[in-house]
Write a protein that binds this ligand. Structure first.
Ligand code: SF4
Ligand code: SF4
Length: 333
C-alpha cells in the first residue's frame, strides 16, 4: 500500500510527489498520458533571450527530482476509472492497455489538470476550416519545432493576430470565468515569436488585460514598440479569404476586416472531464463549472483541476496539498 495516491502527473501532481518525498512519505503518481509532465510539456521556453519566468521548465526540473526519489512510483498510460473506500483506505481502479488493476492508498491528491478549450466549438473563428487559424498551443508546438511558418503556404509569416479570451468569459460556451493565464502567456509567446521574426507585425485583440502576474501595463508598453498593435475589441468572426480576415468593431464603432497571415486564438482552460464522477467516488465536491473544491479530509485537490491558474500557482497548490495529506497521515498514527 502507498501512503498517497496522486492522480495526475502535471505540475501540481509532481510538486505534491516531490514534497511528500522530502517528508519521506511514499506516493504513487498515476497519469493517463504516456509521458508524465502534463500540459507544460508542450510549452516552449519564452526566454527572450533572458528568462521570462514563464515557469514552463519548472515541472521538467521537478520531474527530474521525482524520478530519482525512492519514495515515488510513477505509473503512466493509466486512467483512474473508479475509486472507493474513504479517508485512510481508498481503492483506486486503474485501466491501462494491460487491463484493470487496483491500488490501495491511505490518502488521495487529485491533480488531473484542465484541458484547453476546443477552439472548434467556437465556429466564428473558423479553427476547423482555416489552416492559418491556430490556437496558442499550436503556436507553442510550432515554436518547439523551430519552424514558424504560415501553415497553408509554408512561407514565413509577415503578420499575426492574437484573439484573446477564446473559450473564456463566454457563458455561451459554459465558461463565464476568466482563465487567468492566457493574457500573460500569449504576451510572452508573442515576444518569443518576435525574437525569431523581428519583422513580423503583431496585433492583439483584447477585451481587458488581466495578467496573472499583475503586470497590467505590460501590454500597453509593448504596444508602443514598432510592429505591435493593440486593439481593444472582441472580434466578431474570422472570414476565410486568400488570408484570414479578422472582422471587428473599433472603439469608434467602425467595423473593419483586416487580413493576417496567421490568426492565433488564445484558448482558455476548461474544467476537467468527468470531474463530478471522480469527486463523488472520493467524497469530494465540484463547483458549478466542474472544477474541484479544495476541501475535505483524506482526499485533496490541487492545480488547474480546482480552477484556472498558472504553473507557479499549480506547483504551490501541489505542495500545499502534500502538506495536508502528510498531516492527515500523521493523524492516523
Ligand atoms: S522560466 Fe520559462 S523562460 Fe525561463 S528558462 Fe524556464 S522555460 Fe525558459
Ligand atoms: S487571462 Fe486574459 S485572455 Fe485569458 S480569459 Fe482572462 S482576460 Fe481573457
Amino acid at each position: 500500500m502507498y501512503e498517497v495516491g496522486i492522480i495526475g502527473g502535471g505540475a501540481a501532481g509532481l510538486a505534491a510527489a516531490l514534497e511528500l518525498s522530502r517528508r519521506r512519505v511514499s506516493s504513487v503518481v498515476i497519469d493517463s498520458d504516456k509521458h508524465i509532465g502534463g500540459l507544460s510539456r508542450d510549452l516552449c521556453c519564452k526566454a527572450n533571450p533572458v528568462c521570462q519566468r514563464c515557469d514552463a521548465c519548472s515541472p521538467v526540473d521537478i520531474r527530474r527530482e521525482v524520478r530519482k526519489s525512492p519514495f515515488v512510483t510513477l505509473i503512466s498510460s493509466s486512467d483512474v476509472i473508479d475509486a472507493s473506500g474513504g479517508p485512510g483506505a481508498y481503492t483506486l481502479s486503474l485501466q491501462s492497455s494491460s487491463g484493470i488493476s487496483e491500488i490501495e492508498v491511505k490518502s488521495v491528491i487529485v491533480a488531473i489538470g484542465s484541458p484547453t478549450f476546443d477552439a472548434a466549438r467556437d465556429a466564428r473563428y473558423r479553427y476547423s476550416d482555416c489552416a492559418d487559424v491556430l490556437t496558442s498551443r499550436d503556436l507553442e508546438t510550432m515554436m518547439i519545432s523551430g519552424n514558424i511558418s504560415v501553415p497553408s503556404t509554408g512561407k514565413t509569416p509577415q503578420s499575426l493576430a492574437v484573439i484573446q479570451c477564446v473559450g473564456s468569459r463566454d457563458a455561451k460556451h459554459g465558461a463565464p470565468y476568466c482563465s487567468k493565464v492566457c493574457c500573460k502567456y500569449s504576451l510572452k509567446l508573442v515576444k518569443r515569436v518576435r525574437k525569431e521574426l523581428p519583422e513580423i507585425e503583431v496585433t492583439f485583440f483584447y477585451r481587458d488585460w488581466r495578467p496573472s502576474d499583475r503586470e497590467y501595463d505590460k501590454l500597453a508598453e509593448y504596444g508602443k514598440e514598432k510592429g505591435v498593435h493593440v486593439v481593444r475589441s472582441r472580434p466578431a468572426e474570422v472570414i476565410i479569404g486568400s488570408r484570414p480576415l479578422v472582422r471587428y468593431a473599433t472603439v469608434e464603432d467602425e467595423v473593419r476586416e483586416d487580413p493576417f497571415d496567421i490568426v492565433v486564438l488564445a484558448v482558455g482552460l476548461q474544467p476537467p472531464q468527468n470531474s463530478q464522477k471522480l469527486a463523488s467516488s472520493l467524497g469530494m465536491e465540484c463547483n458549478q463549472y466542474g472544477f474541484f473544491i479544495k476541501k475535505g479530509e483524506g482526499a485533496y485537490a490541487a492545480g488547474c483541476c480546482t480552477g484556472p491558474k498558472d504553473i507557479r500557482e499549480s506547483v504551490e497548490e501541489g505542495i500545499a496539498a502534500a502538506g495536508k495529506a502528510a498531516a492527515f497521515l500523521e493523524g492516523l498514527q
